[in-house]
Design a protein around this ligand. Sequence first.
Ligand code: GAP
Length: 519
Amino acid sequence: MPARLIYDHETRDAKSAAAGPGSPGDLMNMDTLVSLSKRRGFVFQSSEIYGGTGSVWDYGPLGVELKNNIKRVWWRDFVQSRADMVGIDASILMHPMVWKASGHLEHFTDPMVDCRECKHRFRADHVDALPWTHYCPATKGNKFTIPAGEPCGHCGQRRSLCPQCGKGELTEPRQFNLMFKTFMGPVEEDAAVTYLRPETAQAMFVNFDNVLQSMRLKLPFGIAQAGRSFRNEITPGNFIFRTREFEQMEIEFFVNPNDRVDGRPADEYWHDRWIKDCVAWFRRYGLTDANLRLREHEKDELAHYAKRTVDIEYKFPIGWSELMGIANRTDFDLKQHAKWSGKSLTYFDEERKEHVVPYVVEPAAGVDRALLAFMVDAYREEEVRGEKRVVLKFHPELAPLKVAVLPLLKKRDDIVRTAHAIRADLAKRWRVVYDDTAAIGRLYRRQDEVGTPYCVTVDVQTVGDSERGETGDQKVTIRDRDSMEQIRVPIAELATVFRDLLDGAAWSEASARYPAPRA
Ligand code: GAP
């Protein structure tokens, strides 16, 4: 089914046309991303010195800041600032019955096929989307790699064998459960089997009554959680897009199925409302309209619990793919857990004097995929005075480092001392670094490449020259990453200026208040 575009077409098309070739997202391919991520401390391969672990990744010093910032703004915008939301932080290991009741033991499977020759394993529904190896009989058995879905240009054959080795037959599809199994306690026996959670969602359902009673909530309300999930994916890959250990930010938003909002059933109204709010959230933190679209799940692709699901897709370097899903899970989960636990999971509707099982709308986002999308969209290559400038134009709230303090001359003790003191002062509120390991032009480029929105430079004018009896002006230069403009600001006012800028004030407001440095 063709994806339904979400925005007013004229606005979207005009914006993407204006962006032109090389617009956000177009420049970053996976190789560039993986190499930048490693070189600049965003993401490393897990256990790399031992050859790496299959499809798990470690976040480095800048990656962890970026990831924490994503989770922090998500929590602030969807939990802290809303009167109808609360949060939890549940255990990864849950009672094994949870997965029986939720349907994961039965349904959380992917069809898998194996090559009888090279033993490579594929997701059956992914095989046709892979380029395939072919030994062409029309060219004396020459080996070709043919694009996914296309026939051989010489002999006209279509793929029938293993796409990887081009020789082996594939087995019939078998269902493979994606949950990681482990044992609780010291004995490895069937009675001790448990699972690493494959989604954070179930904890919100099994804690529904605890949260309802302890917080005295009224429908509609939501429970949110951000945390790790684990899936033994058959074909993980594409860097941090599909991994076996990842983080989710999920909301279960409970509504009264008997209510109507704006003339519509409450669950349907809230489903659409959450889709809109989630798209707006991604746009607010920097994803470009042209790189976002909605995809409605077909009836036959809906999860066993869903009445309707809409994915927000992003134009990743691998093509349009799911960034998050927003499902209407109806009362499936609460009913299932009530049935299997024997506990009532209902809400007393005071108005109608009846117990109801709430419906649930579930906005489910992946932290790692959000991070990937924000990096891809932020990446720009610009030409500045004949040189290439690579810059990550992160939203200031997401940027791993907020400010870099740079001494213009590292041989001058007074300049270095002042720069360290400024860093220490600003670092009480924000992640701020000091760097004196190169000339100023190179230091700026380094900060651009990791998306630091502001640099502060301490120079001779700041501290003066005591040998000549000159006192400094106690002012420093702030450089804006995006415009590369500079302003001269008293040290005493730095914290206030950054509080405004990092709280969302436009650079033009600061540059209207402070002069540019003398040339
Ligand atoms: N509770 C519903 C649920 O888990 P999902 O669509 O399977 O729904 C939600 O997962 C989001 O979690 C996805 O949109 C994606 O961003 C992220 N996600 C799922 N599997 C992932 C994986 N193997 N690696 C990285 N992120 C994943």
